[in-house]
Write a new protein. Structure first.
Length: 267
């Protein structure tokens, strides 16, 4: 029987690539975006969903269940980026990113868990980030949202195991997508104490994304996780040095690791 997949943030980037790949593998895939322009994109059945709106979430879940009688896999992919020095970044903008990346993912989990519990089976994949394993200069808020989601996933994974439900984190590194264009960039203020260094790092961040891996690498990893009979709590998908940076953080003294990051960001 074809698995029923629901992917948030599937109109572009990693979400779209995952959806198209899973469709090619014979799965029934529902993709979401706030305002889908088409009812179907390369096999993805597109529905409207805003992860910051509870009514929108419930309507989308009800629609999938009405059509398919079940939801086998939820892939929490919807997210937004944010850059800027903590001191210069408006707190309201920080809250917006937490509402999408963190609370939005939580509300999606809450919405599908009753159906998965009824099925006695289900998988939730939370797309986090390798950036969530470390506080990155000028990306601290983004790192915080993804790090928080990693920990919530760990806790929820244990809570729902008795019901036959599996939850896992998948942390990607830099992939060649349009995420940089959709980020909230704190302006480079003329009177900012961080003006020069932040401006330099904005260019560095965008270059890292443009040189990133193909999103299909992520799609293949998600497919393998879905096919697995026993998932791990954490997966990392990215270039060797991106994944190795997490290992280094565990092994190196704090000050030495901090110096490595500061050198990378020219601080």
């Amino acid at each position: 029987m074809s698995k029923v997949i629901l992917i948030t943030g599937a109109s572009s980037g990693i979400g779209k690539s995952i959806g198209e790949y899973l469709f090619k593998k014979g799965m029934t895939v529902y993709g979401t975006s706030r305002n889908p322009q088409e009812k179907e994109i390369n096999g993805l059945k597109m529905i409207s969903l805003d992860v910051t709106d509870i009514e929108s979430i419930n309507n989308a879940i009800e629609k999938v269940i009405a059509n398919e009688n079940r939801i086998d896999v939820l892939i929490n992919n919807a997210g937004m980026g944010i850059t800027g020095p903590i001191e210069d970044t408006p707190t309201d903008e920080m809250r917006k990113v937490f509402d999408t990346n963190f609370f939005g993912a939580i509300d999606m989990m809450k919405a599908v868990l009753p159906q998965m519990r009824k099925q006695r089976k289900g998988l939730i994949v939370n797309i986090t980030s390798i950036a969530g394993y470390m506080g990155l200069p000028f990306r601290g808020v983004y790192s915080a949202t993804k790090g928080a989601l990693e920990l919530i996933t760990e806790a929820t994974r244990m809570e729902v195991k008795p019901f036959g439900i599996d939850i896992t984190n998948v942390a990607p590194g830099d992939f060649a997508t349009n995420i940089a264009a959709g980020r909230y960039h704190t302006p480079v203020f003329e009177d900012s104490a961080y003006k020069e260094k932040y401006a330099e790092n904005l260019a560095l961040m965008d270059a890292d994304v443009s040189k990133g891996m193909s999103p299909e690498v992520m799609a293949k990893s998600i497919f393998e996780i879905i096919q697995s009979t026993s998932t791990k709590g954490h997966y990392k998908v990215g270039a060797f040095m991106e994944k190795f940076s997490i290992v280094l953080k565990r092994l190196l003294p704090d000050k030495m690791y901090e110096r490595l990051l500061m050198n990378h960001y020219k601080l």
